[in-house]
Design a protein around this ligand. Structure first.
Ligand SMILES: Cc1cc2nc3c(=O)[nH]c(=O)nc-3n(C[C@H](O)[C@H](O)[C@H](O)COP(=O)(O)OP(=O)(O)OC[C@H]3O[C@@H](n4cnc5c(N)ncnc54)[C@H](O)[C@@H]3O)c2cc1C
Length: 476
């Protein structure tokens, strides 16, 4: 693999630690601006931390805390996403959202949410009555009282987007090293020496995008931390594709202080999600699902959209938010160390990542970092897996379908195993192609998949499939 080479002699302008959604967007921003960028990721693949499971909503920021860093980043990112999405082949499902009031108490809160949305510059939101809600969403329980209509909240592909940010960075000169864990580091006043499990690398500045380990990295590299990670798990259930006929918009509850609450929304792959929960926990890695919690999600979903009762649940999963003791993001520049910590990007990072990257870049520029602007920027492409696009199985030369549940072709799998960021694990392959993510959870395609992935992953495929499908089957 190209990335196996440790570049001991090179000195990079910017070393980014962590290839989650934020690290991927950061790598793109700095590379396209002309910096020589190195990304260090301890996982076998990118997007292996908090970024491996989320609701995939592209937020407008209508409900973000006004004047917060989070709000500013979401707004800037939203516009950037829409402006680059065609050139980078990033899918978008124009769903809109409805913040639904189910009780009188919640109905009384709608005016306040609307006011906040206006304050946040999202002027096209409005309150609609029960009749209007039910004309938009015919399958919703008739207990609904009113809602706020948010026309520009959308659903995107949670993995292709960051994957493409990273791919574009690499195509334009960035270097990604996976399975490379930062263990220590020192700034000598001019440059950083970063010690990893695979040797030492050098750079002028360091950006901490370590997500769930952000506070640990700050302590390790600069000896202090401005926040503490308080992992917050979110469990989901995923309904079979037939459920996507039942709703149009993203169905949001009236939020509370801790969480945006349980959402019902279509995914860009044609399923319907119900979740996430918001559970504080000690572990930064334990994304296991719990039967009773899943059952309560199922009951909640079926209470709000009764016809979900007739649809099978295809899968379950959980993600962990890198929350902190603060409500806002914790982005802090330590000028004396040429170091920026990008922490606490908890529940809106997918929406805000491009904006976060722009903010951090401007910050470094303000402190004198200047790069030669890159000309002739390369825009790579990837076979789309979203149902909003023409899929590979519909095109000639696809070498046949391997996964019949998700209609994944042999050509898609081969492409995902090759190129600048080949899938580093079965999980990574799933995120790139959706293989084994359908109803049979790999039961019918695992033999062919084993053959195609031979020698590609550290963990033998049969073991990896067994591990992921056992969790899912047990939790149905
Ligand atoms: C349940 C849930 C629902 C969500 N829904 C949405 C949504 O609808 N819309 C939205 O916009 N956002 C949503 N989010 C938020 C979004 O997923 C997160 O904000 C985002 O994933 C955070 O990404 P990150 O890059 O900061 O962290 P991570 O993804 O955790 O990335 C950090 C990376 O750093 C690596 N790393 C850590 N330490 C080291 C080290 N020492 N050396 C090398 N590498 C290291 C890790 O392996 C990891 O890959 C949701 C999140 C959850 C959990």
């Amino acid at each position: 693999m190209k990335e196996n080479k440790i570049l001991r002699s090179d000195c990079f302008d910017t070393i980014i630690v962590g290839a989650g959604i934020v690290g991927c967007a950061m790598a793109r921003e700095f590379t396209l601006a002309g910096a020589k960028v190195l990304i260090l990721e301890k996982g076998e693949d990118i997007l292996d931390g908090a970024s491996k499971g989320n609701s995939a909503i592209l937020h407008t920021g209508f409900d973000a805390p006004p004047n917060s860093v989070e709000h500013a980043c979401i707004v800037e990112s939203y516009h950037e996403y829409l402006s680059i999405r065609k050139k980078l082949g990033l899918p978008l499902m124009k769903t809109s959202a409805l913040v639904i009031a189910w009780t009188e108490e919640e109905e009384n809160l709608l005016e306040g949410i609307l006011e906040k949305a206006k304050l946040n510059g999202i002027g096209d939101t409005k309150i609609i009555n029960k009749k209007e809600v039910l004309s938009k969403e015919t399958q919703l329980s008739s207990d609904v009282r009113a809602a706020i209509y948010v026309p520009r909240e959308y659903v995107i592909d949670p993995w292709t987007a960051p994957n493409m940010y990273m791919l574009q960075a690499i195509k334009n000169g960035a270097t990604l090293l996976r399975e490379t864990e930062v263990k220590a580091g020192k700034y000598d006043g001019e440059k950083w020496l970063i010690e990893t499990n695979r040797g030492i690398v050098k750079g002028t500045n360091v950006i901490n995008c370590a997500g769930l380990y952000g506070d640990k990295l700050d302590e390790m590299l600069i000896g202090k931390k401005a926040f503490e990670i308080r992992p917050r798990k979110g469990q989901f259930i995923v309904y079979d594709k037939a459920a996507s006929q039942l709703i149009n918009a993203i169905i949001l509850p009236v939020p509370n202080e801790i969480t945006k609450g349980v959402v019902i929304c279509r995914t860009i792959f044609g399923n319907v999600l119900v979740g996430p929960t918001a559970e504080e926990q000690k572990s930064r890695d334990d994304a296991s699902v719990v039967q009773e919690t899943l059952e309560s999600l199922r009951l909640k979903g079926e209470e709000l959209v009764p016809a979900l009762k007739n649809i099978p649940i295809t899968a379950t999963f959980a993600g962990i938010r890198p929350a902190t003791e603060y409500k806002d993001y914790c982005i802090k520049h330590y000028e004396e160390n040429n170091y920026i910590s990008v922490g606490g990007i908890r529940s809106t990072g997918l929406s805000a990542a491009l904006g976060i990257a722009k903010r951090v870049f401007r910050d470094f520029q303000a402190y004198g970092s200047q790069y030669e602007t890159r000309e002739d920027i390369i825009y790579p492409s990837m076979i789309p897996v979203a149902e909003t696009e023409k899929r590979d199985w519909e095109k000639a030369g696809n070498e046949g379908i391997v996964c019949h549940c998700e209609l994944v072709t042999q050509r898609e799998i081969k492409q995902a195993l090759a190129g600048e960021i080949p899938a580093g694990s079965l999980e990574g392959l799933k995120r790139r192609t959706r293989v084994t993510m359908g109803r049979c959870q790999g039961f019918y395609c695992s033999a062919k998949l084993s053959e195609l992935t031979q020698g590609c992953f550290k963990q033998p495929l049969a073991k990896a499939i067994k591990k992921s499908s056992v969790t899912k089957a047990d939790d149905k």
